[in-house]
Design a binder for this molecule. Structure first.
Ligand SMILES: *[C@@H]1O[C@H](CO)[C@@H](O)[C@H](O)[C@H]1NC(C)=O
Ligand SMILES: *[C@@H]1O[C@H](CO)[C@@H](O)[C@H](O)[C@H]1NC(C)=O
Length: 364
């Protein structure tokens, strides 16, 4: 009796040690997380589209939330994992009116957003305008005696995250622009990202975290739409022209970040190579436990892509795989929670960041 309860205690003790080792290696000791303001598209929308009244149905959200949670994923997005790493809550969509306190920041990202055209919902410049409104309303409410609003110091210490550009490039290809025409549009897309950072800086923001765009040509949806022949493919079976355009955009974004770093000397601007992270996971899929890197878990049609534009995930006739954890692509456009978790841990490794600043650097 005594020995069996001792061994239970011993097991429990070992278990606690293992848990604390695991949590120390992956989690930071952030006691005072920064406010986070995020701007972007479906890669980081945590509820903007559904706050507009659109619905995202089951099986979205099945892996983590156990219900559709306003995200185009079976579970958490990269930004959710980043928030968890600094022990702050998931970001609330700016347009989610009921129950929102925005005590840890706000998420302006909305599914489908691009940088251009401007002044249409929810282009990057509109998202920034919404942020400016948020900031001036916070000031008004503070002056009126509210305790809970973010103050100027909070806005200055906040982390401003940007992850946009994928839809600009995808839309250009969808309009049947030639590769040369797509490339010609890249500088104007980059100029919008520059405007966003400078506008936020003009209003006191000093900490920026910029994600580049992933390998667009590896998305099952794009593969299905283009139905490429072998001459269109890159070494890992993705659309070569789409990936080259994404790479050129990223090269421009990297240089833009460097220029802004020397121009805005009072600021920290981190550029993160999401493309390299995602392309590695696709190229080396089996090392990460994934099979069929170019096939969606949830969709219609089976191999090679399990995608059909008329029967998309969550709509009648579509089917989801049993083990989402074996897939990189959830619905043909968006990554699974399993893939997002790996992307996030690679981001947190700092190896893909310029400069190599840890994410919890922004805790204070
Ligand atoms: C695949 O993994 C190998 C070994 O880690 C690495 O050298 C290579 O760069 C990876 N491929 C891509 C496309 O990242
Ligand atoms: C999708 O639906 C459209 C309109 O009904 C039809 O023209 C098209 O052939 C369908 N495509 C596929 C792949 O089923």
């Amino acid at each position: 009796m005594a020995s069996s309860s001792n061994s239970i205690l011993l097991n429990l003790y070992t278990f606690i040690i293992i848990i604390s080792l695991v949590s120390h290696s992956t989690e930071s000791l952030c006691t005072n997380p920064p406010h986070i303001f995020n701007f972007g598209d479906s890669n980081s929308d945590t509820g903007g589209l559904v706050a507009l009244g659109y619905s995202i149905g089951s099986p979205y959200g099945r892996t983590f939330f156990g219900r559709p949670a306003g995200r185009l994923c079976d579970g958490r997005l990269v930004i959710d994992f980043l928030c968890q790493s600094v022990k702050t809550g998931f970001l609330t969509a700016y347009m989610e009116s009921l129950g929102s306190t925005f005590s840890n920041g706000a998420n302006f990202a909305v599914v489908g957003s691009s940088t251009l055209p401007k002044f249409v919902p929810f282009a990057l410049n509109v998202q920034v305008m919404q942020f400016l409104h948020f900031k001036s309303r916070s000031n008004e409410l503070l002056s009126a005696g509210s305790q809970k609003m973010i103050n100027d110091d909070g806005f200055q210490k906040a982390l401003y995250m940007i992850d946009i550009g994928q839809n600009d490039i995808a839309d250009a290809f969808a309009k049947k622009y030639s590769y040369a025409q797509v490339v010609k549009r890249l500088p104007s897309i980059l100029a919008e990202i520059k405007n966003a950072i400078k506008t936020i800086h003009d209003h006191g923001g000093r900490k920026f975290w910029v994600h580049n765009t992933g390998p667009l040509g590896c998305l099952p949806q794009k593969m299905w739409l283009v139905q490429p022949t072998s001459k269109d493919l890159d070494p890992h079976g993705c659309l070569a022209s789409y990936n080259s355009a994404a790479n050129l955009f990223n090269e421009g974004l990297r240089r833009l970040s460097a220029r802004l770093r020397s121009e805005l000397k009072d600021s920290t601007i981190i550029y993160v190579d999401i493309y390299a992270i995602k392309y590695d996971i696709i190229a080396n899929a089996s090392n990460y436990g994934f099979s069929s890197p170019l096939m969606a878990c949830c969709g219609f049609g089976g191999p090679p892509y399990n995608y059909n534009i008329n029967v998309t995930c969550g709509h009648g006739g579509s089917q989801a795989c049993n083990q989402g954890s074996k897939f990189i692509s959830w619905d043909g456009i968006h990554y699974t929670e399993a893939a997002n978790s790996i992307v996030a841990s690679k981001i947190l490794s700092q190896q893909y960041s310029t400069p190599q600043v840890p994410f919890d650097f922004f805790c204070h």
